[in-house]
Design a protein around this ligand. Structure first.
Ligand SMILES: *Cc1c(COP(=O)(O)O)cnc(C)c1O
Length: 385
């Protein structure tokens, strides 16, 4: 067992370090669907790869350690992870979701889980009095993102944990935007942490993956059952890629954040920019709370151009920064939440929560910041109607 105290070392040595069968420094890709059994009823560690696979097991142990939970689970996508977690609930249960929750999370509740009698309610969890009023006995869970997609609103996770637990409900946090390097929700009282590992944990825009970490043995047993029963598991090769990527999570996040802080300041000072949403700026909603619960403001920025600018001309004029769904890769990406990530949310609800047609979401990459600013400057210039 390697000995270390710091998170950066856990990224390299955490979970199951080295291969128990060969001594390989890196857990190999166990590309196999099944495992030979010595005898009948022998209760082998591995028997069939939907249930368990050594490469996936190494990833699951790693994320559990990084988030400070009891057990980790790896899925084929973030939505598969969310779906497995939501499968813990039953007909008649209701789940509160924060206002700016990921569009796909809203969609699976609205269009899939509703068929099974699991209801949901959207609550602005940045206002604890609204949450308190909404916490009735049939609410079995509260699912929060902080900072939330795409307006980067900050929810007080420790305060929500307390209210949620007082109601006897589970507290679920989608930690995709922060990663355990910047924020560790279980320490703040979360029962389950969910990740789209497609984003920062994968970090290179080359895989789709989801992770979940639970904080009790009871939840671990229930989620393991659901993972095996429903089967949306992460494949060995993708598990390997994810372990590889997570070794550099700390250095990547540091570089992302340095760029994001500079770009947020630059956008605020730009005369064509109307609003900037970035939780790392002192004037942001929830800045103090974010400072308390996270290492810094992360690397996602949303902003609106002023009236008289044309958002589609802006997107069309970018030459370095790509217009694309997703976030968290080394390369910078922008998207238009109203027509892309949040298109499945009805327009009335979208406008009500502030996702206007002028809103641009920017996943700041780790290119040189001067090149990013030059590209933004050029595109903003060409977007003037
Ligand atoms: C992308 C994303 C998801 C969904 O993850 P997939 O890997 O695309 O299935 C869930 N939550 C957040 C916050 C996301 O950004």
């Amino acid at each position: 067992m390697a000995i270390y105290k710091k998170f950066e070392s856990a990224l390299i040595h955490g979970g199951i370090y080295g291969d128990e069968f060969t001594g390989a420094v890196n857990t190999p890709i166990y590309q196999t669907s099944t495992f030979m059994q010595e005898r009948l009823g022998g209760n082998p560690k591995y028997e069939y790869a939907r249930s368990s696979n050594p490469t996936r097991a190494a990833l699951e142990a790693l994320i559990a350690e990084l988030e400070g939970g009891v057990a980790g689970f790896a899925f084929a996508s973030g939505m598969a992870a969310t779906t497995a977690v939501l499968s813990l609930f039953e007909s008649g249960d209701r789940i509160i979701i924060s206002s700016n929750v990921y569009g796909g999370t809203f969609r699976v509740l609205d269009k899939v889980f509703s068929h099974f009698g699991v209801g949901y309610e959207i609550v602005d969890t940045t206002d604890l009095s609204l949450l308190k009023a909404a916490l009735t006995k049939d609410v079995k869970a509260v699912l929060v993102e902080s900072p939330a997609n795409p307006l980067l609103t900050v929810t007080d996770l420790a305060a929500v944990a307390e209210l949620t637990h007082a109601n006897g409900s589970l507290f679920l946090v989608d930690n995709t935007f922060m990663t355990p390097y910047l924020q560790r929700p279980i320490k703040l009282g979360a029962d389950i942490v969910i990740h789209s590992a497609t984003k920062y944990l994968g970090g290179h825009s080359d895989l789709i993956a989801g992770l979940a970490v639970v904080n009790t043995a009871e939840l671990a047993e229930r989620l393991a059952f659901i993972q095996n029963a429903t089967g949306g598991v992460q494949q060995p090769f993708d598990s390997f890629l994810l372990i590889r990527s997570m070794k550099t999570l700390g250095v990547r996040m540091d570089a992302h954040v340095v760029n994001a802080e500079k770009i947020a300041d630059w956008l605020v000072a730009h005369p064509a920019v109307e609003t900037v949403y970035y939780p790392g700026r002192k004037d942001a909603q929830g800045y103090g709370i974010n400072q308390k619960q996270a290492r810094n403001g992360g690397a996602m920025i949303s902003f609106e151009l002023q009236k008289g600018y044309d958002a589609s001309a802006f997107f069309a004029s970018l030459q370095l920064i790509a217009l694309a769904e997703s976030l968290g890769g080394v390369e910078s990406l922008v998207c238009h939440p109203a027509s892309m990530t949040h298109a499945s949310i009805p327009k009335e609800i979208r406008e009500k929560v502030g996702i206007t047609d002028m809103l641009i979401r920017f996943s700041v990459g780790i290119e040189h910041v001067d090149d990013l600013i030059a590209d933004l400057e050029l595109a903003i210039g060409r977007a003037k109607a």
